[in-house]
Design a protein around this ligand. Structure first.
Ligand code: GRF
Length: 199
């Protein structure tokens, strides 16, 4: 299966996926990194792993539709079948969703529907929650609202700091994302289309 990873920043989840592919534990071909921040560290990770990158600055386009058309052309030219969002800090629009709906997943550092959107870790600390976690879900047009695939809980201790919590969450993310990806690609269950899933 050819996949594309979308990232905006550090790309540690991207790296976790690269690592399992390189070890032969995940049968996927990371055909392309899509990045909306031309200086992001994720791009260096892609270069090191010899993965092609399509990076772009949204402000150089007249609209979301305009850059998503270009992304879609890139995805098509690389034969991408499945999209993995890994710290991609933008909502997807109808252009990408229309083409890949049911074949796009995201990882989010909270137990959705709690703490959607930006800085979910900060939100959980601010709320003095006792538990938070990680959610992997299909992507729809909303902000972290698509059908949930899996969640894992993380306890927030009394002495928890932002750094310690982020570390605990990322440790889980880096194991969970590759393993769920493996499961979805193996089963061929790359859709959230109800009809297809009950077959
Ligand atoms: C992760 O915590 C992920 O859950 C969220 O953004 C963060 C990306 O981190 N969507 P990284 O770029 O993979 O290190």
């Amino acid at each position: 299966k050819k996949i594309a990873v979308f990232a905006s920043g550090n790309g540690s989840n991207f790296q976790a996926i690269i690592d399992v592919v390189q070890k032969g534990e995940l049968k996927a071909d990371i055909a392309l990194l899509v990045c909306d921040k031309p200086g992001a560290f994720a791009i260096q990770r892609a270069n090191a792993a010899r993965i092609p990158t399509f990076s772009f600055s949204p402000k150089e386009f007249s609209s979301k539709e305009a850059y998503e058309k270009v992304i879609t052309e890139q995805l098509t030219s690389y034969g991408v079948e499945f999209i993995v969002l890994a710290g991609y800090m933008r909502l997807l629009g109808p252009t990408l969703l229309g083409e890949y709906s049911g074949r796009i997943i995201n990882i989010h550092p909270s137990l959705l529907p709690a703490f959607p959107g930006k800085d979910a870790i900060g939100q959980a600390l601010e709320a003095k929650a006792q538990w938070t976690g990680v959610t992997i879900h299909y992507v729809d047009e909303g902000m972290d609202t698509g059908p949930i695939i899996v969640q894992e809980r993380v306890r927030i201790d009394n002495k928890e700091t932002r750094e310690s919590l982020q570390q605990k969450i990322q440790k889980i993310e880096h194991k969970l994302y590759p393993s769920i990806l493996q499961m979805l690609l193996m089963r061929g269950e790359v859709t959230n289309d109800k009809k297809a899933r009950t077959n």
